[in-house]
Design a protein around this ligand. Sequence first.
Ligand SMILES: Cc1cc2nc3c(=O)[nH]c(=O)nc-3n(C[C@H](O)[C@H](O)[C@H](O)COP(=O)(O)OP(=O)(O)OC[C@H]3O[C@@H](n4cnc5c(N)ncnc54)[C@H](O)[C@@H]3O)c2cc1C
Length: 401
Amino acid sequence: MSERYDVAVVGLGLFGGAALRHLTRLGARTVGIGPGEPENWDTHDGVFASHYDSGRITRRIDRRHEWADLAARSIQEYGPLEDETGIEFHRPVGTLWADTDHARVREIERVARSLDITCHVSELSAPTSVHGYSLPGDVAYTFEADPAGYVDPRKMLSAQLSSARKAGAHVCVDRAIAIERNSGSFRVLTAATGSIEAGSVILTTGAYANAYGLAGSHIPLRVKSEITALFRVDGAQSAPYRDLPTLIYGLSHSTLSDFYLVPPTTYPDGSVYLKAGADTSADLTLTTREKMNEWMRSGPSDPFARDFEEVIGAVLPTLPIVETHTKRCLITYTAHGLPYIDEVEPGLLVALGGNGRGAKSSDAIGRAAAALALGNWDDPLPQESFSIPTDAGNEPAAMPL
Ligand SMILES: Cc1cc2nc3c(=O)[nH]c(=O)nc-3n(C[C@H](O)[C@H](O)[C@H](O)COP(=O)(O)OP(=O)(O)OC[C@H]3O[C@@H](n4cnc5c(N)ncnc54)[C@H](O)[C@@H]3O)c2cc1C
């Protein structure tokens, strides 16, 4: 590509797709650079991503005001984006948040009140069925109705890219392997295509932010291995379960914590799966591209299949499961628990760190990054909330939900 762009967005995941769309709509000449989903995980040696799935919980309720606010503004964009592109990605089935730590649910209630989100907290004193889930007697819970629910992250990304392309964005399906600084511009070198010149660059490379030295300096992030379990459910028998709310469950369990699930939905292979995920007692911090890739290709996720089955058996005892398998993913944490939306040197920006909850809020994050790249931070939240702290050390701690 010989054209010189105003802005190159490196990394076409959920943050990058949103940034590209907003930049293009704001009038910038843009290019997005990023590889597609690997065809063969077993042999793939480029980069992976955190959105290769069909269900990401979306909700405004959160313990952090900023996340709730980013989510609320992102969710408002879902409908217009679906209408514009014809790609449906949002299912507003609601979200149930149950927790043995009652204080965490009270924090959610406080934040929800400050944003005028309806949120009532109930405390159980005996095992009870709540919104279709069997919960033990020691939890507090709250429920957020529509628009909470889930999004299909692959479809949401397709919608962002489709809209960006329609507005004039170019897309280069390739991996960046270096960034050279020329006076007043950047040259992004890619693995296959060659190089692309742009006045500014936004790095939205997710877990791989520190791979290839693209940022010029080390970005303080902790990349954690994440295990999910996919429960295949017979298509015909899944009907009564499809409209269950998504569940976030701070449970007491010997190996799993911060459990969550997305109700049965159809995956690209045509099968219907309920997806569950959790932190496990064996989660790893992955410090290099090679270690992340090794984890994604062949990390030991199966030892936890039984634990996931046990929890699903407790909350949905009659779910007609045909088969279970586990999958691996990557979660990227920042030092303050909010994404970094910042300029690391003049013209080189980052939008990084979903902290395990970035999918639903990706539109507002991408929008804020686009505005910053064009020199006009207009987000209602202060830019300092998203700055990279100078004293964060190399690897900040992981944040619970
Ligand atoms: C199992 C799991 C469950 C989750 N559940 C939820 C949930 O319920 N709700 C929620 O809101 N969030 C959830 N998240 C978090 C959410 O998926 C992430 O926050 C979100 O995907 C982050 O978006 P991103 O654009 O930063 O990263 P990604 O979506 O990973 O995108 C980064 C992109 O950068 C590309 N890239 C990397 N290196 C390069 C390079 N050198 N050159 C070019 N491109 C590059 C990759 O190919 C990728 O496409 C979950 C995450 C996981 C792993």
